[in-house]
Design a protein around this ligand. Structure first.
Ligand SMILES: NC(=O)c1ccc[n+]([C@@H]2O[C@H](COP(=O)([O-])OP(=O)(O)OC[C@H]3O[C@@H](n4cnc5c(N)ncnc54)[C@H](OP(=O)(O)O)[C@@H]3O)[C@@H](O)[C@H]2O)c1
Length: 322
C-alpha cells in the first residue's frame, strides 16, 4: 500500500466513524465527549444561575438538574404557581446541597422590558452576584410562510429576540462593570436557528437572529463565555403556546405521547453539561435530527440536496417527531 492509499483509508475511516457517531449520539460529538470526560456538573456548585422560562419544559429540567449539584438558582417566568412547584422539586432533589434561600423565584414577564433592570437588581440584592444568565423563555410557531400577519413577526421577535437581547445587555453591563468582564450568557436557540424549517418562518428568523447577536457579543467581549444551545424536537408542552399566522391565535395542540422526541429531562441535563463546559454552540436531538444538523452545519451543498429529497412533508415529519 502506498502513502496515498493509506491517507485515503484514514480519511475514509474518519468519515465513517463520524457518520456512525452522528447516527448514534443524541448530541453533537463535542458535547458527548464533554459529558463523559469534561468538567463535571459539580464544578458549577455555588454559582448563581438565572434561568428564564423555568416554569416548564427545558428551563424547568435544567433547573432540576443544576439543583442536584448545589447550583444556586434564580427561576423566572410568568406563572408563579409553577415556579413554586419547580422550587420545591429542586429542593427535594438537591441532596441537602441547597437551602430555601438558594433558590429565588422571580415572577417576570420578559416582554416588560422596562422592568428588566429592576428584576436584575432583585437578583443582585438577593445573591450579591450573578455568574450565568440562561435566556430560555420563548415561544415557537406553526404557520404557512405567506399567511403570517406582520404583527406575528413583530410579537415573536419581541419575545424571542428583543427581550433576550435587552436582558442580556443588562447582565453584560454588570459583567463588565462589576465582575472584571467575566461572565457567561447562554441562550436556548433551536435546530431552527441552525437551519431553515418549514412552517415557522418568524421563529426561524428569530432564532437565526439570536445566533448573529451572540456571535457578535463573543467576538466583542472575548472574556465573556457564550453558549448557544440548539435543541431538536423535545417533549415539552411548547405547541400549546406556539404562535400561528394570526396574532390573536395560539397553536394550542399537544405533542403525541409516541412522538420521537428527546425527553425534557435529558435535554435539561445536556444543557447543564454545555454550561459546565462553556461550549460555544451545542446541539441535541435524536436520530435523524442529529445527523441532519451535522449535514446542515458542515455540508451546505449536501444540505440542499437532502432537503430536496426529503421534501417539505419529510422535513415536517422529522421536525414533529413522527
Ligand atoms: N420543545 C422543543 O421542541 C424546542 C426545540 C427547540 C427549541 N426550543 C426552545 O426552548 C425554549 C423553551 O421551550 P420549551 O420547549 O421548554 O417550552 P415551554 O415548556 O412552553 O417553556 C417556555 C417557557 O417560556 C416561558 N415564557 C413564555 N413567554 C414568556 C414571557 N412573556 N415572559 C416570561 N417567560 C415566558 C414560559 O413560562 P410562563 O408561561 O410561566 O411565563 C415557559 O417557562 C424556547 O426558547 C423554545 O424556543 C424548544
Amino acid at each position: 500500500m502506498n502513502i496515498l492509499e493509506l491517507i485515503g483509508i484514514v480519511v475514509l475511516l474518519y468519515y465513517i466513524i463520524n457518520l456512525m457517531l452522528w447516527i448514534v449520539l443524541d448530541s453533537d460529538i463535542e458535547l458527548a465527549v464533554k459529558e463523559k470526560f469534561g468538567q463535571p456538573l459539580s464544578s458549577l456548585r455555588g454559582k448563581v444561575v438565572w434561568i428564564t422560562g423555568a416554569s416548564s419544559g427545558i428551563g424547568k429540567y435544567l433547573a432540576l438538574d443544576l439543583a442536584k449539584y448545589g447550583v444556586r438558582l434564580v427561576i423566572s417566568a410568568r406563572r408563579e404557581n409553577e415556579l413554586i412547584k419547580v422550587k420545591e422539586e429542586c429542593l427535594d432533589n438537591c441532596h441537602g446541597l441547597l437551602a430555601r434561600d438558594d433558590i429565588l423565584i422571580l415572577k417576570m414577564d420578559m416582554l416588560d422590558i422596562d422592568k428588566h433592570e429592576d428584576h436584575f437588581k432583585n437578583v443582585i440584592d438577593h445573591f450579591g452576584k450573578l455568574d450565568i444568565l440562561v435566556n430560555n423563555a420563548g415561544r415557537s410557531q406553526r404557520a404557512e410562510w405567506d399567511k403570517i400577519d406582520i404583527q406575528v413577526d413583530r410579537d415573536l421577535f419581541e419575545l424571542d429576540v428583543f427581550s433576550v437581547i435587552n436582558l442580556s445587555r443588562v447582565v453584560v453591563r454588570y459583567f463588565k462593570q462589576c465582575a472584571g468582564g467575566i461572565g457567561h450568557i447562554a441562550i436556548t436557540s433551536s435546530g431552527a436557528g441552525l437551519t431553515a424549517l418549514p412552517f415557522s418562518a418568524s421563529y426561524c428568523g428569530a432564532k437565526h437572529a439570536l445566533h448573529g447577536y451572540f456571535a457578535s457579543l463573543k467576538v466583542e467581549e472575548q472574556k465573556i463565555d457564550v453558549t448557544v444551545f440548539c435543541p431538536g424536537p423535545i417533549a415539552t408542552d411548547f405547541l400549546q403556546e406556539s404562535f400561528t399566522a394570526d396574532p390573536n391565535k395560539k397553536y394550542g395542540e399537544r405533542i403525541a405521547s409516541d412522538d420521537r422526541r428527546m425527553t425534557a429531562e435529558r435535554c435539561g441535563h445536556l444543557f447543564a453539561v454545555a454550561l459546565a463546559n462553556k461550549t460555544y454552540q451545542s446541539w441535541v436531538g435524536l436520530f435523524p435530527v442529529s445527523l441532519l444538523l451535522y449535514i446542515t452545519q458542515y455540508f451546505p451543498n449536501l444540505r440542499l440536496m437532502v432537503m430536496k429529497i426529503l421534501g417539505t412533508r419529510g422535513i415536517k415529519k422529522i421536525r414533529e417527531g413522527k
